[in-house]
Design a protein around this ligand. Structure first.
Ligand code: SF4
Ligand code: SF4
Length: 172
């Protein structure tokens, strides 16, 4: 009984400690990290966010003429690493946390990029926007020779050239 009275006294002194959510607005602190928002205008499809994302909530999908950056909220742990590494400041960590939905598609977000295809194997391997961004950053230089061929084919071509140089025999 004494304990109960003591608790009543504390309660009267401290006031209400909880909120009548959802009838009152929720308490979201400045540090709170919610749903990730990707700005399609700023994103160049570099994939830095995909590589850093611990639970693979972000993926880059290479589909014929397109490179699609996909965000699956169901996997996101709201760590904020993607926003930290994005070189374009394309990612905002919002305060949004009311994410329940009966529609699975509501849990996905995507940014669609035009792909650059390899002139050797034909596979899409980067985005047109990324090539333009790199060209801009190296003072208008033409990056097309470098971005005509995918890294895998470039490695093979280089190995063939090196092999031919060492042995004097052309390697197919
Ligand atoms: S790091 Fe930024 S620019 Fe690169 S793919 Fe992710 S959102 Fe786009
Ligand atoms: S907040 Fe963390 S888990 Fe969520 S998409 Fe970004 S890096 Fe991945």
């Amino acid at each position: 009984m004494v304990k109960f009275l003591r608790m009543l006294a504390i309660s009267a002194r401290e006031g209400t400690a909880t909120r009548k959510y959802p009838f009152e607005s929720s308490l979201v602190t400045p540090e709170f990290r919610g749903r990730v928002d990707i700005d399609p205008a700023k994103c160049v499809g570099c994939g830095a966010c995909v590589r850093i994302c611990p639970p693979s909530a972000l993926t880059l999908n290479y589909e014929s003429d397109e490179v699609v950056l996909k965000y699956f909220i169901g996997r996101c742990i709201f760590c904020g690493m993607c926003a930290y590494v994005c070189p374009q400041d394309a990612i905002t960590i919002t305060k949004e946390f009311e994410l329940a939905t009966p529609e699975l598609n509501d849990l996905y977000d995507e940014v669609v990029h035009t792909a650059v295809k390899c002139n050797v194997c034909g596979k899409p391997f980067t985005t047109v926007k990324l090539v333009k961004e790199v060209e801009k950053r190296i003072d208008g230089g033409d990056m097309s020779p470098l971005f005509n061929t995918c890294p895998e084919c470039r490695r093979k071509l280089t190995a063939r050239r090196v092999g031919s140089g060492v042995t004097g025999v052309s390697v197919e």
